[in-house]
Design a protein around this ligand. Sequence first.
Ligand SMILES: [Zn+2]
Length: 534
Amino acid sequence: MKVLIIGLDGATWNVLDDSLLGQHMPNLNKLKSSGTSGVLHSTEPPITAASWTTCITGCHPHTHGIIGWHEYSCSEDRLRISTSDSCKVPNIWQELSKQGLKVASINVPWTFPCKEVNGIMIAGYGCPGPESQFTYPVDFKDELLKRIPDYDIVAKWDKSKTYSPDELDANMTRVERSFQQRVEAAKLVSEKLNWDVMMIQFHDTDLIEHHIWPYLDKTTRDQYPQQRDRVFESYERLDEAVGELLDLISTKESMVVVVSDHGLCRKVARVKPNVMLCQWGYLESKGKLRTTIQRRLRRSFDSSRSKDGKKSGIKQPKEYDFKWPDSKAMVIDTAVNGHLFINVKDRQPDGIVEPGTEYDKLLEELRERFGNAVNPHTGELIFSKVGTPAEIYDFSDTDTTMFGDLVLVPQPGIELVLSDSKDGEYIEMTRSDSLMGAHCYEGIYLFSGRDIKNSIGEQTHIVNIAPTIYAALGVELPMYMDGSVLGTLFEKEVPVSYQKSRIDVSCRSDDRQVLSTEEEAEITKRLSALGYVE
Ligand SMILES: [Zn+2]
């Protein structure tokens, strides 16, 4: 049996509703009406790097270790981009390769640098682009670019506050070309490899939703009939792309999985937690905000330096609008959630807060202040949760200092930004004519094909996708997976078995201990919950 996995970044049923599917997307509609589909709950945080890594490992972020775009080193006071090397468990391509299957992965985020597999990998978002060594095998890149010279990860989008018909058309035309690039890559891979499992990720669905959300959302798009119709044309092209992918398999003998990493919703506000820290006296502003022109000059200076290799290109904490060395706390990174760091003596180079009582008192003060912070425009709490990384991400044995001392989880639609504010306001409500979208937890899943029931599925979690694919393939699940098999999808009971010992698959840190008693008990509990063991 073959398994074809189609990843639609940021896809949500609020866009892909029955009306869009029924009238414009016959291939996706047929898959949906013949299979089982539902809402897919994303990871905490619902962010591409963490969520796709969960999708392709079957592990929560606290197990695989990728929380966002960056990792912060306290001792160096430095942010770095996280990569596939940050992932502490093998991905499904590595695992299935070891079990003798042929695999292909096209454009899946956070798979750069590509790992060695029994097949072909083309890295997705999170890789530097086609100039980099973004394929495995390395020499496959030449073949790919020879066949598809304009191949890129995601379409270029020209941003505007409002889009003229021509501007929208130009953007959507590039998006359509991007959809087609994915299909051409899948065809090339299929010529080279008789694959068992192939995943193709379309990143542009997320791109569109970020920039023109009201033209897509089923509750607002009819207010913009001209824009809606142009965007629907592109969704027709996406559906044709899905159709061409389905032509690569026999649908009767294969399973098709359509999945997104998170959903999107309307952006309701931008919140500046560092301005809140300034107002409460924990952080000092550098005072003179740079003018727009100075900012632009600075930005071009930064990027030129990064090309020289002297600078990473990532704005470092000392370059923020705040006096970090003289301050007690600052939000250093955002990955939907805000990661607040306390400037701890002997932990950070310029630390001023004594560990112990002073640290504990400060942490509790900040927890209370952020936890009770109210949006003055709505009277609602700004943050849905405030807690330590261990509390929010469920870490038990990981070095949590990479992810802050306190994690701020904003309410849906609120975007956290790190900069200072011109007018001292820490919250900017989104204008009613804004087109921007923001990440939310509710994505989509859809299983169709061999042995899959025709039913309405219950809401499930993205961590369960990989284990379910393993069970459908009839291969043993790795013991470290956090997810469970969605047994109710299948027409008949699917046997689930776990590897008796870990197959040696290299990843960043392969020194995890073999299953503990508690872990065994957890797996047994999951098997029991599905009725596979008593
Ligand atoms: Zn995403």
